[in-house]
Design a binder for this molecule. Structure first.
Ligand SMILES: [Zn+2]
Length: 270
């Protein structure tokens, strides 16, 4: 299940880090990038980042002292969302997401591919979101998992139609990954994703996995995964402007079986 990080991948990433001005003391093949270490690396790279063609995404789901801008390519696409859309075929989409997550541009691109209009709302403004659902034929909602509880409860309480399709984003650092009861039994499709930080999916679901409405996932193939008994690490495989190297994810995973789609099914190891 788990892969070894080959020396070629390490050398490629070390070269990018050196180009970004990150000190050699921070770069070694067995280094671990904790969230705090990521802040240090990004701080060291900060003078170089404005010289590159990148878009910045927040390194945390919440504003706070550990929040930094994480550079991704201007062409960065939210591929798991695009794959989910190709199964759901949305008519109209609502993004029920904090603006500072910076997901508007990749989400807009995903909607354009489906020729679906998109409404952007803030999770704090549930009545407006409910009004949009009622009046704009919205059939697909993208929300952080905790915000989906409040919104789906409000919609049901007001006796409005619950949109059939949802994409729920779980914070990798959340203690548990839950979905609201109404969405566990609804007729449509509910795709769940786990993001290391907003816009960086590390666990995803295919159409088959959505049927069980459980916390079973496929590992994102944008990363190499390796692990010890207690810790899992992800390393970027692409030519990202700031590749992650052995970034510590706050859980370990265990393999379950092979999915109908051919990929390995994993769950969080308790
Ligand atoms: Zn699958």
């Amino acid at each position: 299940m788990l892969e070894r990080i080959d020396s070629e991948l390490f050398n490629d990433i070390a070269l990018v880090y050196k180009g970004l001005g990150i000190s050699r003391a921070h770069i070694s093949a067995d280094m671990e990038t904790t969230p705090d270490m990521l802040c240090e690396l990004l701080d060291e790279a900060r003078p170089q980042i404005p010289k590159t063609d990148v878009r910045l995404f927040p390194t945390s789901f919440n504003a706070g002292p550990s929040l930094r801008g994480f550079p991704l390519p201007l062409t960065h696409r939210w591929l798991s969302c695009e794959r989910s859309f190709s199964e759901m075929r949305p008519t109209a989409v609502m993004a029920h997401l904090p603006h500072f997550w910076q997901l508007e541009i990749p989400l807009h691109a995903a909607c354009r591919r489906e020729s679906a209009p998109i409404f952007f709302g803030e999770p704090e403004n549930i009545p407006v979101a409910a009004a949009a659902i009622a009046s704009a034929s919205i059939d697909t909602v993208i929300a952080g998992a905790p915000a989906s509880f409040a919104l789906s409860s409000y919609v049901l309480q007001k006796r409005l139609p619950l949109p059939p399709h949802w994409i729920l984003i779980h914070d990798a650092f959340a203690a548990s990954w839950e979905i609201p009861a109404p969405l566990r039994t609804a007729d449509g499709m509910v795709f769940q994703e786990v993001h290391a930080f907003p816009g960086l999916p590390i666990l995803e679901q295919c159409a088959t996995l959505t049927q069980a409405r459980s916390a079973h996932f496929h590992r994102s193939n944008s990363f190499v995964w390796d692990a010890t008994e207690k810790t899992a690490y992800i390393t970027s495989t692409g030519d990202d402007p700031f590749p992650l190297y052995r970034y510590v994810v706050p859980f370990t995973i265990e393999p379950l079986h092979t999915c109908d789609c051919g990929q390995e099914v994993v769950t969080r190891k308790l």
